[in-house]
Design a protein around this ligand. Structure first.
Ligand SMILES: [Zn+2]
Length: 92
């Protein structure tokens, strides 16, 4: 069946309290509804980001993360063991 009309839910059009205006960076209205003067927020340009040494861009992996990864591997090997233990029954 064809469905006509907007693809997005109608509430997406209305500005909600979480809607951030890209003009004045305040919440509650859309940029095109903004009546305030433009406030420019300086951000590093892509060129500036790229000109940085690559080492600085590498995220530091916290020890927590490594632990979680180890945990996942443990869980996987445990599951594999369980499968192998129960895998003696044949389906066919
Ligand atoms: Zn605004």
């Amino acid at each position: 069946m064809y469905r006509t009309g907007p693809r997005y839910p109608s509430n997406a059009k209305k500005a909600s309290p979480s809607t951030q205006c890209q003009n004045c960076l305040e919440y509650g209205h859309w940029t095109y509804e903004c009546k305030k003067p433009k406030s420019y927020k300086a951000r590093p340009t892509r060129t500036q980001q790229l000109s940085k040494p690559i080492k600085l861009q590498e995220p530091e992996v916290p020890a927590e993360f490594l632990d979680k990864r180890g945990l996942a591997n443990k869980l996987l090997s445990k599951k594999r063991d369980e499968k192998n233990g129960k895998g003696k029954k044949r389906r066919r």
